[in-house]
Design a protein around this ligand. Structure first.
Ligand code: BDR
Ligand code: CA
Length: 314
């Protein structure tokens, strides 16, 4: 099997941690490295969390590069109400022994992409700041990128605002640049990720695995689940495991349904800043469709695969 050479870009984050755990366990993926960005928490915390999760799971072989400490043009908004003050649902992991690379995220991505014999896939599940800087600084790399799969946006809903999703809302200019870059895009927005929820029963099933990874998932879900149950962002039967969806579209595309669209990011709307306006119509702009928008998931299979991933750690 030809593995998919993959770069993960994260703002770790509860659901980012689950996405990392899943990606590490997948035989379909060759994880070249992980880049961090500010989003759910400040860059120092998202980087620490990423290193801690890797160390906890026994995967210090995966290099971590630090990226942008804030959006391109705006002040940073974080989400402690969703992910806790430490970004991991306030679960304390030991201080990681390993440090991030000295090289920054953009230079590391450049090196990983240039050194890869095959086009690289990027899964970006935080604000798109690092990715925008990569494409702007090194446009010649675009032909060596297979696709950019993001957790971000929503054709028909928002969470940071009525119409904008958090990752896009935090750095709309970066998202705008990435959607315009001419690289194939897969948008896993709230349309699909809100269907990818974990119920209390699912969380109990992680705990019942009885291993370190299962307990870790159940522990970090606690705070995050309570936030979702508070109803602040509407009613769901569980907590949305957004970021793992993006990675799973790469390993198990058969579990998803989507449609091509022309997506524009709103940069100056009074009420719609960061909205991903998705035009699915086959009129006028058909040639310009710039993203495959994922709309449906087989939720039960998704949870089964996450449980299998957690069970695979000793
Ligand atoms: C996205 O925002 C973050 O809170 C999550 O990690 C996810 O990437 C959901 O809107
Ligand atoms: Ca995230």
């Amino acid at each position: 099997m030809n593995k998919i050479p993959l770069i993960l870009d994260v703002d770790t984050g509860v659901d980012d941690a689950i996405a990392i755990l899943y990606a590490l366990s997948c035989p379909e993926l060759e994880l070249l490295g992980i880049c961090t960005v500010a989003g759910n928490q400040t860059l120092d915390k998202t980087t620490r969390n990423t290193l801690s999760v890797l160390e906890y799971l026994g995967r210090t072989d995966v290099p971590v590069a630090m990226g942008s400490s804030g959006p391109l043009m705006r002040p940073l908004h974080t989400a402690p109400q969703v992910h806790g003050e430490n970004g991991l649902g306030n679960v304390q992991l030991p201080e990681p022994a390993k440090k991030p690379l000295e090289e920054d995220a953009v230079s590391s991505m450049r090196r990983w992409i240039e050194q890869s014999p095959r086009p690289v896939t990027i899964a970006a599940v935080g604000p798109l700041t690092n990715i925008a800087l990569l494409l702007k600084s090194y446009p010649h790399l675009k032909s060596k990128i297979e696709k950019i799969a993001i957790m971000g946006g929503g054709a028909f809903r928002g969470n940071a605002s009525p119409v904008a999703e958090f990752n896009i809302y935090v750095d709309p200019e970066a998202a705008h640049m990435v959607f315009k870059a001419g690289v194939p895009m897969v948008m896993c927005g709230l349309d699909v990720t809100m269907q990818a929820y974990a119920t209390q029963e699912d969380i109990d099933a992680f705990a019942a695995l009885g291993n370190k990874a299962g307990r870790f998932c159940a522990d970090i879900f606690r705070f995050y689940y309570d936030f979702h149950m508070s109803g602040v962002r509407g009613k769901l039967p569980g907590c949305a495991v957004h970021d793992a969806v993006t990675v799973m579209t790469l390993t198990h595309p058969e579990l998803f349904k989507g449609e091509d669209a022309y997506v524009e990011v709103d940069l100056d709307g009074q009420y719609t800043l960061g909205c991903t306006a998705a035009d699915f119509r086959d009129r006028g702009r058909i040639a310009e469709k710039n993203a495959h928008v994922i709309m449906e998931i087989d939720r039960e299979a998704f949870i089964r695969l996450l449980l299998k991933a957690a069970a695979s750690y000793s």
